[in-house]
Design a protein around this ligand. Sequence first.
Ligand code: PMT
Length: 406
Amino acid sequence: MLQGKTIVLGITGGIAAYKAAAVCSKLSQSGADVRVVMTESATKFIAPLTFQAISRNRVIVDTFDEEDPSVIAHIDLADRADAVVIAPATANFLAKTALGLGDDMLSTTLLATRAPILVAPAMNVHMYAHVTVQTHMEQLRARGVRFVEPGEGFLACGYTGKGRLAEPEHIVDELMRMFKMKSELSGKKVLVTAGATVERIDPVRYLTNDSSGKMGFAVAAAARDRGARVTVIAGRTSVEPPSGVDVIRVESAEEMLHAALSKFGDADIVVKAAAVADYRPVRTEQKKIKKSEQHLSLELERTTDILKELGNRKTHQVLVGFAAETHELERQAMAKIASKRCDLVVANDVTIPGAGFSADTNEVSIFDTNGLVEKLPLQSKRDAAERIVTLAAGLLAERSGGKQGR
Ligand code: PMT
């Protein structure tokens, strides 16, 4: 799987840097073209020559070490990489990466690359548990960076606990898993809806909701990273859509309906994470409504239930709906599966702190026609999205006769 792949191996300055030699060796033995980039601090623990001998490639430490005048070294490396592995990653390097600092060869390469990134942190047990380290890891996870968790045991600093660099075999296995996932949805089309719809009352007022688009965008990014061609139909959102996906902007439920119907026939997986208005004003006033009487009544009418409409037209598609609930999660989710002909429903209790609208995290339970499939803990929307896409991809593979583990 790694044969012929260009893997940038980034090594930062911790005692576990010596173990990176084994990572480098395993990658080279698997047929990868390994390009090692070290931070200055890493060179205090192990010599670049070690990696040069193992990888049979020049090791780069200095950003300004521009050997080939026809290219800019860090951009060239970033573009050529099929994947970047950082092992070990120190607390300092995680902070720099989360902030987007680019003050050495490795950090500038990471900023410039569009290749998937796998990070194996290693540090003292208290440093690893520190809230800033965990926050930076969470931010990076939300951007699609994958982690190989450190192991537990005796640490070089004398403590025992979580902080040891994961075993080199484990890091390489994880990288292979990443490549396998990348091709999981290759050639497939995934349609995702995200954000809030806006129903106009008059030129300056409207009905909407608190959806930020984060959940739908996380699903889109997860599907993109598995090789799918992704289209997102986005209502009002407060965050930017992920790169590398097609975005169709809509405002009202009616516009979302038309956009969804136009893309549905071609789609293999459809995930409806958008929060769509159930009611809209019967009339949209052309002029601003002036205040006059003590009370004002707005007459509302039902919008079309897009998910139900798609369910009725479903042929080969795997259809995934969401359910934003405040009570009776399971009953509501199962009712939606039945009435909207969904294959999966992702239910979130939007009263839980850190779950549902606008948060970076979510706590979801996933149901299929037989009942609860998985109850996931509170985690980043990106991690929840990974699980949702894995289950949907599994159903798609089952449907087309292939086997795919859940
Ligand atoms: O965007 P975020 O800030 O990240 O928040 C994420 C979220 C809370 C919006 C998301 O996790 C979520 O729950 N989305 C669905 C919200 C919703 O409208 O739930 P519902 O239970 O009212 O609708 C059920 C399903 O029917 C949804 O898939 C919805 O997209 C769909 N629907 C609803 C009404 C309608 N007219 N047409 C629809 O297609």
